[in-house]
Design a protein around this ligand. Structure first.
Ligand code: CA2
Length: 146
């Protein structure tokens, strides 16, 4: 049975590929989920991709991942910079967590430089475009092997 990895995307990431391609690229979230899922097959992992614009929904999915998912990849979107609730939920999760930002948040406005989620993340990838999600899955695979 392949281990499950939960891929969580936060607010507005459903617009990926449809708006602001100069910042977030041209791939849709569906394209990204398919690529991550294909890589998962190669790595022997099953990927469950979810997106929500609602903080509480993301918290609920993190709770659901407890005991069912071997790892979490999360792009919390703007909640990265505001959400202690998402940080608390991740602190109650036992497996590896990799935080992904498509853009380099450190090259952008000062309010994007701090992420609450980074205090829990085992790794943070920023500024690698949507390829960051694939890098995150590779990292989860190696952490699960170790
Ligand atoms: O770089 C990232 O991945 C971010 O997490 C994206 C968030 C932003 O608030 C963070 O500071 C950095 C915003 C996601 C918005 O996604 C859109 C995608 C396409 C068009 C419009 C918004």
């Amino acid at each position: 049975m392949p281990k499950l990895v939960t891929l969580l995307n936060g607010p507005n990431l459903n617009l990926l590929g449809l708006r602001q391609p100069e910042i977030y690229g041209r791939e849709t979230l569906e394209d990204v989920a398919a690529k991550v899922s294909d890589l998962g097959e190669e790595l022997g992992l099953r990927v469950k991709a979810l997106q929500s614009n609602h903080e509480g929904q993301l918290v609920d999915w993190i709770h659901e991942a407890r005991g069912t998912s071997a790892g979490i990849i999360i792009n919390p979107g703007a909640y990265s910079h505001t959400s202690v609730a998402i940080l608390d939920a991740l602190n109650a999760y036992e497996g590896p967590v990799i935080e992904v930002h498509i853009s380099n948040i450190h090259k952008r406005e000062a309010f994007r430089h701090h992420s609450y989620v980074s205090a829990r993340a085992d790794g943070v990838i920023a500024g690698c475009g949507t390829e960051g999600y694939l890098l995150a899955l590779r990292r989860i695979a190696s952490l699960l092997k170790a």
